[in-house]
Design a protein around this ligand. Structure first.
Ligand SMILES: [Zn+2]
Length: 154
């Protein structure tokens, strides 16, 4: 597998979410919504993911696992219903991800290299952030909330 393009959009302000990225595989296939996140042991790449949901026992409405009340009927939900794997709450499921460590390393290496380059560029006078429409429409606030609630340390 060749990663033929990496697009990096740095986030503004100081938070653990450092950048959004998309990668192109073999000039043919794009995966977007990868994230560069500042962890305790340096930056790492998070794969695109969706929030896990479950259904309200009262009305059957779908709710995010961290929701305390049902979005549809307002019923109080069991706060401990999210399953714990290795002591960490599992709130998201990756929607695209490598299935072996060499591929994970390849992606991580390429994305972090492009990220560092973009960080360097951003320090130059007259720097203009690239306009990537496919990356720009991400809901920043939503993602920030996710990071706060998950306190991921991966
Ligand atoms: Zn409900």
């Amino acid at each position: 597998m060749n990663i033929t393009e990496v697009r990096v959009k740095l986030t503004e302000g100081k938070n653990r979410l450092q950048a959004f990225c998309s990668i192109t595989i073999d000039d043919d296939f794009v995966v977007r919504d990868l994230k560069v996140i500042e962890g305790h042991k340096g930056a790492f790449v998070a794969m695109p993911s969706r929030k896990l949901t479950d259904r309200c026992p009262k009305c059957g409405g779908k709710n995010h696992l961290m929701a305390q009340y049902c979005n549809d009927c307002g019923a109080k939900l069991n706060e401990k219903r999210a399953s714990r794997g290795a002591g960490k709450l599992k709130l998201h499921a990756d929607t695209a991800h490598p299935i072996n460590s060499s591929c994970r390393e390849l992606i991580q290496e390429k994305v972090l290299a492009a990220f560092s380059e973009e960080v360097e560029n951003s320090k130059k006078p007259g720097y203009k952030p690239p306009k990537y429409e496919d990356i720009e429409d991400v809901d920043y606030d939503d993602l920030r909330d996710d990071l706060e609630s998950e306190k991921s340390d991966t």
